[in-house]
Design a protein. Structure first.
Length: 456
């Protein structure tokens, strides 16, 4: 799975370097970059300076137990040495990683002075790694406080508000924002600004490749420094084709499918949804998702062509048994590498992921969205939020007549709740190596996976 659609230059290795004061969403941004790149099949690894510092202090679990905020004081020479050392070790590990990997490394630290960034840049360039800086600049105290509260909430053993405030104060003394006019004008960077007067700006400087622009574009779409949000997902109700075990097509809902469509508003209500808070449904352009959305008490239902089911090409309208009989080699090939297998005249999961990119970008910006779409598409979306590797994502079982509630949090794992409608439906899950369908594994098998796998 080394090939991908973005790295057109050979050996193009990038290091994304986060810049900014503590509690500006840098770790959130780092984790998101990793999620996104992994999802589009680009190798990515995060090197978290905090982790290296904790290791050095012999305190793997928690820097905050031994280290008080004075540690971050610039005049604390001993501490400064430890911090610089953390960068050295992170860079050493990164160099090793690049010896066997092509892709993107993310350096998650504060990198808060020009001198330090210059040092990083020179060191990376020497190893033919191209640095890209991503700065999160925010002087909006309300947003920062909100972020501190989320941090405290996500880790019960960490210190209080006061500790973070002191830590930030110490960093502010030495912090220098990226400067696009003088000595940093030749750096590749994006500077994201959220200001107390409501101004939101991004300055982009010297983008040099398609992959760099993809990363920066993605980062600009992120709603960082925001509290948790909920996204609802559902497959369409059982369709006539589902009952006939046929794939693809554009059939209508079965009677049971219609019952499910009628029940969704009730399920949402039971979960605390009230019609006052405006929710939008996104569907595909196919009849079965349109019919599933028809009873929703929402102001807006938005059909996206990008949410249409994986195109099975010549196999559209066939059952798995028929496919196995007519195209035995293809059938096996698909089981062997389901993510990359492309139906004759149709699509692969990988194709679906690429066409879903704009949907995911929009999803990052939005909340209160219910997506009603199809099995393969939901697998791709689910894999994004749950960080499921792409060779496994096509095998995730997503049952019919079940509402999926995803709580996306800025720190920590994404929480999944399955809300069963208790309306019977056929199973459309196909195990590897067989052409018969039937539920076996379940989406919940994967729900222990974390959205944000790299710890703070
Ligand atoms: C379903 O499709 C019809 C016809 O295109 C459209 O008028 C209607 O608004 C759609 N309903 C929903 C819920 O999207």
């Amino acid at each position: 799975m080394s090939s991908n659609n973005y790295t057109n230059k050979k050996n193009l290795n990038i290091c994304v370097i986060l810049v900014g004061l503590p509690c500006r969403g840098k770790t959130f941004i780092s984790n998101k970059i990793k999620t996104y790149l992994t999802w589009v099949m680009i190798n990515c690894k995060i090197f978290n300076i905090g982790d290296y510092r904790r290791k050095q202090l012999g305190n793997v679990l928690d820097e905050f137990i031994n280290v008080d905020s004075d540690f971050y004081n610039a005049e604390n020479v001993e501490a400064l040495k430890i911090r610089l050392n953390s960068y050295e070790q992170a860079l050493d590990d990164m160099t090793k990683w690049f010896q066997t990997n092509e892709g993107v490394a993310v350096l998650d630290g504060t990198s808060s002075t020009r001198e330090h960034r210059k040092w990083l840049l020179e060191r990376l360039r020497k190893q033919h790694i191209e640095p890209v800086f991503v700065e999160s600049y925010c002087d909006d105290q309300e947003l920062i406080n909100l972020n501190i509260q989320e941090l405290i909430k996500s880790s019960p053993d960490k210190k209080d508000f006061n500790f973070y405030e002191e830590k930030i104060k110490n960093y502010i003394k030495v912090y220098e924002s990226l400067n696009q006019f003088e000595d940093e004008k030749d750096y590749t960077f994006v500077k994201l600004m959220k200001m107390s007067n409501g101004l939101e700006q991004a300055v982009i400087n010297k983008v040099q490749s398609y992959l760099e622009s993809k990363i920066l574009f993605y980062v600009m779409n992120l709603n960082y420094l925001k509290p948790s949000k909920v996204i609802w997902l559902s497959r369409h109700g059982e369709s006539v084709y589902n009952v006939e075990k046929k794939i693809g097509g554009d059939s209508r809902l079965s009677e049971r499918g219609l019952l499910y469509a009628r029940k969704i508003p009730k399920l949402l209500k039971e979960q605390g949804f009230d019609e006052e808070n405006q929710m939008t449904a996104w569907t595909s352009t196919l009849v079965r998702t349109n019919e599933t959305a028809q009873y929703l008490p929402f102001q807006q239902v938005l059909p996206w062509r990008a949410l249409n089911e994986l195109d099975a090409g010549l196999c559209d309208g066939m059952t798995y048994e028929e496919i196995e009989e007519k195209y035995p080699e293809d059938f096996k090939e698909r089981d062997d590498n389901k993510f990359e297998y492309r139906y004759k005249g149709g699509e692969s999961y990988k194709d679906v992921v690429l066409r879903l990119e704009p949907v995911m970008m929009e999803l990052e910006r939005q909340s209160n969205i219910l997506i009603i779409t199809h099995q393969a598409v939901l697998r791709c979306i689910y894999a994004y939020f749950m960080n499921i590797p792409q060779d496994q994502s096509p095998w995730v079982a997503i049952p019919l007549h079940t509402l999926i509630k995803l709580e996306v949090r800025p720190y920590g794992a994404c929480k999944v709740t399955l809300i069963k409608a208790n309306i019977p439906a056929v199973s459309t899950y196909k195990e590897k190596g067989t052409s018969s369908v039937g539920e076996n594994s379940d989406i919940t098998n994967n729900s222990s996976r974390n959205l944000l796998t790299d710890s703070l």
